[in-house]
Design a protein around this ligand. Structure first.
Ligand SMILES: [Zn+2]
Ligand SMILES: [Zn+2]
Length: 261
């Protein structure tokens, strides 16, 4: 049996992913209010029942906003690495000790019958990670909030059945836009966010490795729009003559459909 994946919301205003397998549900990040997470899950006929974990990629508010309240209300353990716990501990409110779970970046751990691997990404946070989630047959990977794609990330993602990949901004829109200089520099740096162009180039690599589906994620509200991210990636694939990969864009405010892989 395969996985179910859905984006609860994805973008600079809040990120949350749902992964379901054989009655076990996990969230990757909970960067919306607890209420909005529940509402968006319900809008695609998913609920909080069966949720066994909230995995945290890094401590920025667009990834942790609702994590504390969801953990308290539904008694769900939160998993993060030690340095992320250090940075976000205060911001979550009180989390009961048994719901504080610590993983190590670079190591695998199990939740139910899912094997999770946290790998390092390049972002201006304490110890930011992406996740590969494997059910023994299929593999799903999430890599957002990374300023660049390195060989480590390539190695983790290349044999995935589904990749959720950041396509944060259009470089020209960002450069011409209203953001202050220091913020532009931060986003463009190799520890910032991945541009549409970089996402497109990486999609070419992923397609050549046999990855069949990529969902473009974490779009900026100010410096991108869904059609532009889509056209940039699909246009690049077309130029390279690649047709065997399917590309979708995850929206900022609403849940995606449920993908079965
Ligand atoms: Zn971030
Ligand atoms: Zn983010």
């Amino acid at each position: 049996m395969g996985f179910n994946y859905a984006s609860v919301a994805s973008g600079s205003c809040g990120n949350c992913h749902y992964i379901g397998f054989e009655g076990t549900g996990i969230l990757v990040d909970a960067g919306l209010s607890g209420k909005k997470v529940r509402e968006n899950l319900e809008s695609i006929e998913l609920g909080m029942d069966g949720l066994k974990a909230i995995l945290i990629t890094h401590e920025h508010v667009d990834h942790i906003k609702g994590a504390g309240i969801l953990s308290r209300k539904h008694d769900i353990p939160i998993y993060a690495n030690a340095r992320t716990w250090q940075e976000m501990g205060d911001k979550l409110g009180k989390v009961s000790p048994e719901n504080i779970q610590v993983f190590e970046t670079g190591r695998s751990f199990d939740i139910g019958s899912l094997r999770i691997k946290a790998f390092g990404i390049h972002h201006d946070a304490a110890d930011p990670v992406g996740f590969c989630i494997d059910n023994g047959k299929k593999k799903l990977s999430i890599a957002t909030d990374t300023g660049c794609i390195c060989d480590e990330i390539r190695g983790q993602l290349h044999d995935s059945d589904l990749v959720v990949l950041e396509s944060n901004h259009d470089v020209e829109m960002l450069k011409m836009g209203a953001y202050p200089y220091h913020l532009k520099r931060r986003i463009l740096s190799s520890n910032g966010h991945l541009s549409n162009d970089d996402a497109a180039l990486f999609c070419v690599e992923l397609a050549n490795e046999g990855v069949k589906r990529v969902l473009l994620a974490h779009l900026s509200r100010e410096n991108n729009f869904p059609e532009l991210a889509y056209e940039t990636v699909v246009g690049t694939l077309k130029i390279k003559g690649i047709e065997n990969i399917s590309i979708d864009v995850l929206l900022r405010q609403q849940a995606s459909r449920v993908y079965s892989i």
